[in-house]
Design a protein. Sequence first.
Length: 202
Amino acid sequence: MKVLLLAGEESGVLYANQIRAEILRRCPDAEIRGYEDCGFQIGDLAVMGFFQVLKKIFYFLGVKRTMEKAIGEWKPDVVCTVDYPGLNLKLAAYAKRHRCYLVYGTMRNREDGKWANSSIMIDRDGDVAGVYDKVYPTDGEIVSTERPIVPGKGPVVVDTDFGRVGFLICFDVNFRELAHEYAKLKPDVLFFSSHFDGDFAR
C-alpha cells in the first residue's frame, strides 16, 4: 500500500506522524511519503497572511507542480490530507484524476435536511465508496444555531483493494464504545480527521 500523507504545518505534522506510525504498525510493508520526501521543509510551507503568501507565490506554484508530478509518477493508493487546505485540496483533485483513493472531511447536508460532520471516501473511479458521520458531536456542534450537527448512526468500514478502512472524527476518539465496535469490524486502517491531535502527542 502506498500512502501520500500531506501535512503543511507543525500541528498537522504532529498528527500526521502518529498516522504514519500506526499505519506502519499495522502494515509494515506500507510506503508512506509526504512533502518532506519531495524536498520541502514544513517551515517553508507554513506561511500565513496574504502578503506573506504573495511573496512566495512562485515557490508555492513550484511545490504544486512537484507534488503533482510525484502523484503521477508514484501513483499512491491513498492520499490523506491532514491540513493546509489551500494546496492540499488542489492536490486531492489531481490525485483523483490519477485514480487514487481520497478521504476528506466536510460538513454535509444530509438527505433529510440535517447536518452531519462527515468523512467521505472516494474510490479510484471517482465514486463515493463510503460516508461516515461523526457519532459523538461536541455540545457546541449540537447546539449550533447555524448548522446543528446530528450524531451518526455508528461505525463505517469500507472494503478496498488494499484493506478495510474505518473512520473516526475528532471527539469520537474519547468514546470506548465506538472503539469496541470498530474492533469487531477489524479495519486495517482508521482515518482520524480532527482539529486536535487526540492526545496522541503524549
